[in-house]
Write a protein that binds this ligand. Structure first.
Ligand SMILES: [Zn+2]
Ligand SMILES: [Zn+2]
Length: 264
């Protein structure tokens, strides 16, 4: 990959329940935005069950093959998935992450056992700190799973607080648990992403913060990617240069783009 090439490794198509556009429309937008490559990472959340998740994978794969024929050498197009809570159903997560054609898998925690997505969480409930603690405990649980490459949007509750609920809860009380998750990721040869979706939202920054990126570096982490988490074509590539700059500031010289589940 060229020194100045820019990659967006977290993009959703209409195959995600909350995505809007076709892979083709997104590729056109990516080329207009000057990206060298994108990874499609549609949602496969374990609570949706095997039939729904496998249907997403199949539909996306067909779109990726068609997009590669259309856009050829002008854009690298990686086939990926964002698996929500792989540790809740390891057999299904392995099936989704495996097979020929898979380039990249993001492992994310959007919800913890027994709870709904943090996006719709009531942050005023009296046991909110217990629920948030579970988020970090589940990050630790996820970190050693063998069916993903990069952990998605670490500190996701911050994003949902600022976007949906306007709550502001200081999460630094959980830094010890987070540090354990980051060390485990590093030990297992996995990476983190700099997610730029919140750059223009209520949070006004990249997830995770520079401090947490530095914690990952100090823990021996080596693999990092950049992703816009776009759910519509105009958002593809938005904030990727800022996300890359923050990773560089944290000491990461190389930003990876995965092919065949390997960082390049
Ligand atoms: Zn996500
Ligand atoms: Zn996403």
């Amino acid at each position: 990959m060229g020194e100045r090439a820019i990659y967006d490794s977290h993009v959703h198509t209409r195959n995600s329940f909350d995505g809007r556009d076709s892979a083709e429309a997104i590729c056109e937008a990516a080329i207009r935005a000057g990206l060298a490559g994108i990874a499609f990472t549609d949602h496969c959340d374990m609570h949706l069950g095997s039939r729904a998740c496998l249907a997403v994978k199949e539909a996306l794969w067909e779109e990726v093959l068609r997009a590669r024929e259309t856009f050829g050498p002008s854009l690298e197009i990686a086939m990926g998935l964002e698996i929500g809570e792989p540790h809740h159903d390891m057999a299904l997560a392995r099936e989704l992450a495996g097979g020929p054609g898979m380039d990249f898998v993001i492992g994310s925690v959007h919800r913890v056992r027994g709870e709904d997505d943090f996006y719709v969480m009531d942050y005023d409930r009296p046991d909110i700190m217990d629920v948030l603690r579970k988020y970090y405990e589940e990050l630790i649980e996820l970190s050693s799973c063998d069916c993903f490459d990069v952990m998605g949007h670490i500190n996701y509750p911050l994003r949902s607080m600022s976007d949906a609920q306007k709550a502001r809860i200081d999460l630094s009380a959980f830094n010890e648990l987070l540090c354990e998750a980051l060390s485990s990721l590093a030990r297992h040869g996995k990476g983190i992403e700099a997610n730029s979706r919140c750059l223009k939202g209520g949070l006004g920054g990249i997830l995770p913060s520079l401090e947490i990126m530095k914690m990952f570096k100090a823990a021996g982490g080596e693999i990092v990617t950049t992703g816009s988490d776009a759910h519509e074509a105009p958002s593809v590539g938005v904030g990727i240069p800022e996300a890359g700059a923050l990773l560089k500031e944290a000491g990461f010289e190389e930003i990876s783009f995965f092919k065949g589940r390997r960082p390049a």
